[in-house]
Design a protein. Structure first.
Length: 294
């Protein structure tokens, strides 16, 4: 049985993020678990990924994760969003998920349907119409699944809900539909549960983080996420934050380490680069603020 990690990168902006993701993976990964990419053309990723799955460019949307079951070449898959960085070895993630579920799971928390967090993705109308009795608090930056009939049915159910997304008043992501509410419903209906990260060291996304410290060369990442201190082995930045100086500094580190530059050179160049980016970032922010005042 073949296991593998998978990401999706359709469009030049996402190609760049996926390069950073795979470079960060290569410099820390201790086992040779393959990593595949779903993309519209393969010239940009030649030699980087183990498997390239070609799709039509029109499939590039915020709902393309609903096609993960069809995309994956693996019998057992862990999907990671391309706007992420791998900080530490993640080969034990398969064992982690295998020990707590059967066919499919996500990183998160299982909550009663009347929990206040349920309103993040679901509406009272969706809960009532679909008869949902519990809620999975999760981020779609990671999906784990086997290639079998149950997983296929979950992805198909999620896709079947797209035409009624607005009618169910599911959460809007800046005016767009998203995969999380659809997968939420499909997984709950299928009896899927989230896998809890009690060690606080799997994947975490940046919203709600304070005091983020990250250094890919030293394999260090920590922050306070709400009231907990977390140590992500995968940091899910979110597309908007890939323009921030901290992301760009670590992306440069990943590239230099991937091509074998010595640590002291990586530190020197990345520190100088970061300082320049910070100055530029401040100037841009001041310009935006001044424009708004006028």
């Amino acid at each position: 049985m073949r296991k593998g990690f998978l990401t999706i990168a359709i469009g030049k902006k996402y190609h760049k993020m996926a390069k950073t993701l795979i470079q960060s993976y290569r410099i820390v990964q201790e086992n040779t678990i393959p990593f595949g990419v779903v993309t519209e053309e393969g010239s940009w990723c030649e030699g980087l990924f183990d498997d390239t799955i070609r799709v039509d460019e029109s499939q590039g949307s915020y709902l393309n994760k609903l096609n993960l079951y069809d995309y994956t070449p693996y019998d057992e898959t862990i999907f990671i969003d391309c706007d992420s960085m791998v900080v530490c070895d993640i080969s034990n993630w398969f064992t982690f998920f295998e020990g707590s579920c059967v066919d499919m799971s996500v990183l998160g928390t299982n909550l009663p349907i009347n929990h206040e967090n349920a309103s993040k993705l679901l509406s009272p109308r969706a809960i009532a119409v679909l008869g949902l009795t519990r809620y999975i608090d999760f981020n779609g930056g990671v999906y784990y699944f086997f290639k079998n009939n149950r997983s296929r049915a979950i992805f198909e159910r999620a896709k079947s809900l797209v035409p009624v997304y607005l009618d169910l008043q599911l959460h809007s992501f800046g005016g767009r539909m998203g995969d999380e509410p659809l997968m939420e419903v499909a997984m709950i209906e299928a009896g899927v549960f989230a896998t809890a990260d009690y060690e606080k060291n799997k994947m975490y996304c940046t919203p709600g983080m304070k005091g983020l410290k990250i250094d890919l060369r030293k394999r260090v990442c920590e922050a306070v996420k709400y009231e907990y201190r977390v140590y992500p082995s995968v940091l899910h930045w979110g597309t908007a934050k890939t323009s921030f100086p901290l992301y760009k500094r670590e992306a440069l580190k990943a590239k230099m380490l991937y091509y074998g530059l010595p640590g002291w050179i990586v530190d020197l160049i990345s520190t100088m680069f970061y300082r320049v980016l910070q100055v530029r970032h401040r100037i841009i922010k001041k310009g935006i603020f001044a424009a708004r005042k006028h």
